[in-house]
Design a protein around this ligand. Structure first.
Ligand code: DQA
Length: 142
């Protein structure tokens, strides 16, 4: 079984991007740890990133045919703007877990709304890279 981990805009810059908010780990560092923990949990982990909304929509749609068990989705800023991601999550039968490194509710007002969260099975926010690990535990146990 596979857990898909989708990352949106600017998450390719983790490690150098506002490290006081997002931490020093790169997305590759996080992917490595997810893959290791996945082995222990008996799931394959497929980590992807795109700065383009349409790529994320395509991956959400296509995941249905891939036999994916669950999806972790950190949509970055698209979390707060994208009705297209909301619709795509609603359109598929695969459970989606919303993930954030920071806690958007404790930040600027424009981060308080989440289109992803409205369609997701649940949300894990605010624990840095650990948010992904906690979400993997949840995904593997669904
Ligand atoms: C983020 C939070 C978003 O508000 C922001 O636009 C990001 C990262 C997070 O993981 O904390 O790009 O999704």
């Amino acid at each position: 079984e596979t857990i898909l981990v989708l990352n949106g805009p600017n998450l390719n810059m983790l490690g150098t991007r506002e490290p006081e908010i997002y931490g020093a780990d790169t997305l590759d560092d996080i992917a490595g740890r997810l893959t290791e923990r996945g082995k222990e949990l008996g799931v394959a982990v497929d980590v992807r990133q795109s700065n383009h909304e349409g790529h994320l929509v395509d991956w959400l749609q296509d995941s249905q045919g891939w036999g994916v068990k669950a999806i972790l989705l950190n949509a970055g800023a698209l979390t707060h703007t994208s009705v297209a991601l909301y619709d795509a999550i609603k359109a598929i039968n695969v459970p989606v877990i919303e993930v954030h490194l920071s806690n958007p509710l404790a930040r600027e007002d424009f981060r308080h709304a989440s289109f992803v969260g409205r369609a997701a099975r649940g949300t894990i926010s605010g624990f840095g890279a650990l948010s992904y690990m906690l979400a993997l535990e949840a995904a593997a146990s669904l």
